[in-house]
Design a protein around this ligand. Structure first.
Ligand SMILES: Nc1ncnc2c1ncn2[C@@H]1O[C@H](COP(=O)(O)OP(=O)(O)OP(=O)(O)O)[C@@H](O)[C@H]1O
Length: 570
């Protein structure tokens, strides 16, 4: 049976074949005349004829298409390069290495991969309907990577399984290119597929890439989040090495620093990982944000407190140790608390970052010098030497006491003599930066005594216990803190014995013993561990003359140069 079809469609061999089969189908399948009419109409319909034509075209394209041998010749060449480097002594290998390193060759391979990666199938979507407006676009970015990292970190998108750009580090190669955005999905880099892989593995691969880096990125229509910039400067209160950090998204993107380093925070976009750089550096790196570091420190402190309490159980230490009157000074020495184990201060502090600013020198009000150190390390000896170096320039403060005045003493010279009641009410009003009790009498240093030296235009020199730092480090006082550090055991023993140094306790002087040196060294180590983030300078008190001259130099610098201080002091 012949069906009247338009000649245009009759020329289509597939349609013709189908129509020729119709009588057979009709005989075998159609039970009723009505069904046969329906089938005839269906096959004569325009839609089925277009579909058949399309199908034939697709079959032709598939059969004729030239397929590339590889879609990742750049990666192949890179691998070959790495292998061949070990055979440089062979002329052929050297020649091939030369060839592969030529920019033209690399560009050729890169173009090859680009073409190979494009699927030149017929655009079915244009036949089927309008394309999806939400569909991502692919961009190809080429960067040249030297020894510096690309400056990106990766993260897994749990929904799509893709690996996305989590951060772009300020000043890094990716940032400078201006072509990469946070949220872009990394499809491929140098022919290596990223989708579905572990971001850590891919980060490692990224760090090993050298030379031209070809990135195929999927980018959505949504705008990448702006990287919030920040002009905060902080002093690091802890040491940090990204390669020791299990949590950092990419150790190569991290910035290592040491306690006391000043860091410029360039982005706080991520609540857990900030981007920071050091002074004079252009490239930023990742550092743990304050929030993250605080959490870590709280955990660490909890462990330390437990260890400490176990240790203390074994050897009990008096929390209040009072040192006696010095044979050299007419004033009672005021080491009233054990300097290491008063936990009030320690528990209140979580050393992460301190916001800082540069404080310029002020010729009218000079910053007090605060010498911190282990008992008997030599702070008062150094203070004395400093004060005689420029008579009238430095001044120490006169402490208060509830002890009755002796006939040989003058009020306001050795001490300010006040009653116990007056002393106690001043203590309640927090007027003392440190205080203690010795043989039933109260002794202490008042804050207003320090302020009056500062306001007199002189440089106040203090040797308080380390806990007093908490009350001294205020915008009002702005102390410059110098740690007088003990040298190791053998050196402290040698220098003190050579100098016939005396250990003064409860008014009695005796030579130093081995255990005294051991105490000084150990306490010094503990003090440094606990408070080094508060020190502006450190002097090792080994050779007395040298240490004193260092102190004089530091005192001059403290007075004449700008220094980083807590931002609230400026
Ligand atoms: N570098 C040094 N070399 C030799 N002897 C030193 C040195 N430094 C200090 N001394 C001596 O050590 C002794 C203790 O020093 P000093 O009294 O200054 O200690 P301190 O830290 O002020 O003690 P305290 O904490 O009791 O106030 C003194 O006899 C002092 O002369």
């Amino acid at each position: 049976m012949n069906l009247p079809l338009k000649s245009r469609l009759l020329n289509d061999p597939d349609t013709q074949e189908l129509i020729q089969c119709l009588p057979q189908i009709q005989t075998q399948l159609c039970q009723s005349q009505q069904d046969a009419v329906f089938l005839r109409k269906f096959f004569r319909g325009r839609d089925i004829q277009v579909i058949m034509k399309l199908y034939r075209r697709l079959c032709l394209v598939t059969a004729q298409r030239l397929r590339p041998v590889t879609k990742s010749s750049v990666a192949l060449a890179a691998n070959t390069y790495c292998v061949l480097r070990h055979y440089r002594e062979q002329a052929e290998a050297e020649e091939l290495l030369n060839l592969l390193s030529k920019p033209h060759m690399q560009a050729l391979l890169y173009s090859h991969d680009n073409i190979a990666l494009k699927e030149y199938e017929p655009d079915i979507s244009s036949l089927a309907g309008t394309p999806d407006k939400e569909e991502e676009t692919i961009k190809l970015v080429q960067l040249v990577k030297s020894n510096e990292p690309l400056g990106i970190t990766l993260q897994l998108n749990d929904v799509t399984g893709g690996i996305e750009i989590a951060r772009i580090l300020h000043g890094g190669a990716a940032h400078r290119s201006g072509l990469i955005n946070v949220g872009d999905e990394v499809k491929e880099i140098n022919g290596i597929t990223f989708h579905g892989k572990d971001p850590k593995d891919m980060t490692q691969i990224l760090s090993e890439l050298q030379g031209a880096v070809s990135m195929k990125l999927g980018t959505r229509t949504r705008l990448a989040k702006d990287q919030r910039s920040s002009s905060t400067k902080v002093r690091a209160l802890f040491d940090y090495n990204p390669f020791d950090d299990q949590m950092i998204p990419c150790p190569h993107a991290g910035l290592s620093f040491q306690k006391g380093d000043i860091l410029y925070i360039v982005s706080q976009e991520d609540p857990l990982w900030w981007q920071a750089k050091k002074a004079g550096e252009t490239r930023a790196g990742l550092i743990p944000a304050r929030l993250l570091q605080e959490r870590r420190e709280i955990l660490k402190n909890a462990e330390n407190v437990e260890e400490e309490s176990n240790r203390r159980g074994a050897r009990s230490i008096s929390p209040c140790r009072i040192s006696p009157k010095s044979v050299r000074s007419r004033r009672v020495r005021k080491m009233m608390y054990h300097a290491v184990l008063n936990s009030d201060f320690d528990l209140g502090e979580i050393p992460t970052y301190e916001d800082v600013e540069l404080l310029p020198p002020n010729s009218k009000t000079k910053r007090p010098l605060v010498l911190i150190g282990a008992p008997k390390v030599g702070r008062n000896e150094l203070k004395r030497r400093l004060m005689v170096s420029y008579p009238g320039h430095f001044e120490d403060v006169v402490p208060f006491t509830s002890r009755p005045k002796k006939p040989t003493e003058l009020d306001g010279v050795e001490y300010h003599f006040i009653t116990r009641d007056e002393m106690e009410s001043a203590l309640v009003a927090h007027r003392f930066i440190e205080h203690g009790e010795f043989k039933g009498n109260l002794y202490g240093t008042r804050k207003d005594s320090i302020l009056s030296v500062i306001n007199s235009g002189k440089v106040c020199v203090l040797t308080p216990n380390s806990q007093a730092l908490r009350f001294l480090r205020t915008a009002e006082i702005k102390p410059y803190v110098i740690f007088i550090k003990s040298p190791p055991f053998q050196q402290i023993q040698r220098t003190r014995q050579r100098h016939n140094a005396v250990f003064v306790f409860e008014g009695n002087a005796r030579p130093f013993m081995s255990s005294d040196f051991d105490d000084i060294v150990q306490t010094s180590i503990k003090l440094e561990q606990k408070y080094c983030h508060l020190f502006d300078s450190v002097i090792i008190n080994e050779n007395l003359t040298k240490a004193a001259s260092e102190l004089i130099t530091i005192a001059k610098l403290a007075e004449t140069k700008s220094h980083w201080v807590p931002v609230s002091w400026v």
